[in-house]
Design a protein around this ligand. Structure first.
Ligand code: ADP
Length: 166
């Protein structure tokens, strides 16, 4: 059983994430979508909302598990979950510059490998932050997020405080 982890905040999950997760599911027997928590970060959606959106939109794909990652080390989380690889989407050389030291560190810590998948051209400009900004200013983000996520964005669901947002 080859298991990989796709980590992220997914605040909210968007089409670029979904595309990379689907490709990861084609490469591994099981993919854990690990929804991260960092109490120094302010999230738009709570951990539960972020996980619900991921579950709703990934329900049709086989071999995907969505779970909270907690606040600890990603490499240790992968070891505990028996995952041999971390899968990351790369949008740009700055993504690569940011990811490379973490990938090297993670491999040195527990031997976990990082697999980089080039982002799909249609989604290369997408980030959760940009989508939230555009939506907040009244822009149409319906091409960038699944319908259920769009509904929540338009409904204005939000994390009222950082601790709850997890
Ligand atoms: P973080 O919380 O780590 O800043 P995100 O939750 O936004 O990141 O994204 C999680 C991961 O999804 C990123 O590390 C990256 O690998 C991948 N990703 C994000 N946006 C895209 C995109 N547009 N295309 C492909 N992969 C992406």
């Amino acid at each position: 059983m080859r298991r990989a982890v796709c980590p992220g905040s997914f605040d909210p999950i968007h089409n670029g994430h979904l595309e990379v997760i689907a490709r990861a599911a084609g490469l591994f027997d099981e993919v854990i979508v690990a929804v991260s928590t960092n109490y120094t970060k302010k999230y738009r959606f709570t951990l539960e909302e972020r996980m619900d959106m991921a579950r709703e939109t990934l329900a049709s794909l086989r071999g995907i598990i969505v779970e909270p990652m907690g606040e600890g080390l990603l490499a240790e989380y992968c070891r505990q979950r028996g995952a041999t690889a971390i899968v990351k989407g790369l949008r740009s050389s700055s993504d690569f510059d940011y990811e490379l030291p973490m990938a090297t560190m993670n491999r040195q810590l527990t031997g976990v490998e990082t697999v980089f998948l080039p982002a799909e051209a249609h989604y290369i400009h997408l980030s959760s932050t940009l989508i939230k900004e555009v939506a907040q200013l009244g822009g149409d983000v319906s091409d960038f997020v699944p319908k259920s996520v769009l509904k929540r964005i338009l409904a204005g669901e939000s994390a009222p405080d950082q601790r709850r947002s997890g």
